[in-house]
Design a protein around this ligand. Structure first.
Ligand SMILES: [Zn+2]
Length: 106
């Protein structure tokens, strides 16, 4: 690709980046859970739920956060938008790196 083509591709990618206020990094999981009652059916493998959790990775460790069902769709949307934005930004970063190599960064 020529420098002009790279810049045009970068512009198209940047135009597709969505609202950064929606950014929510993590992986949305649905998991069954055991409760604390000794005689409960969940002790025989019939787990409660499934419930939604957001697995968040930061600083080399991960934690999961419970997502109330009323928020699950909104969280799923934000996680998907964030994933797409990060793919677009990664591609823009590759183009900018190539433009540095070509002494054509602008
Ligand atoms: Zn139980």
């Amino acid at each position: 690709m020529s420098v002009g083509q790279l810049r045009a591709r970068r512009r198209r990618l940047a135009a597709r980046v969505s609202d950064p206020e929606l950014t929510l990094r993590g992986v949305l999981l649905r998991e069954g859970r055991r409760c604390s009652s000794a005689g409960c059916r969940c002790r025989r493998g019939e787990l409660h739920g499934p419930y939604a959790y957001l697995a968040v990775y930061a600083g080399g460790s991960s934690r999961t956060i419970y997502v109330p069902s009323a928020l699950e769709a909104a969280v799923a949307k934000r996680v998907a938008v964030t994933q797409r934005n990060e793919e677009l930004l990664a591609e823009i970063a590759r183009i900018n790196l190539e433009l540095v190599r070509r002494r054509a960064l602008e």
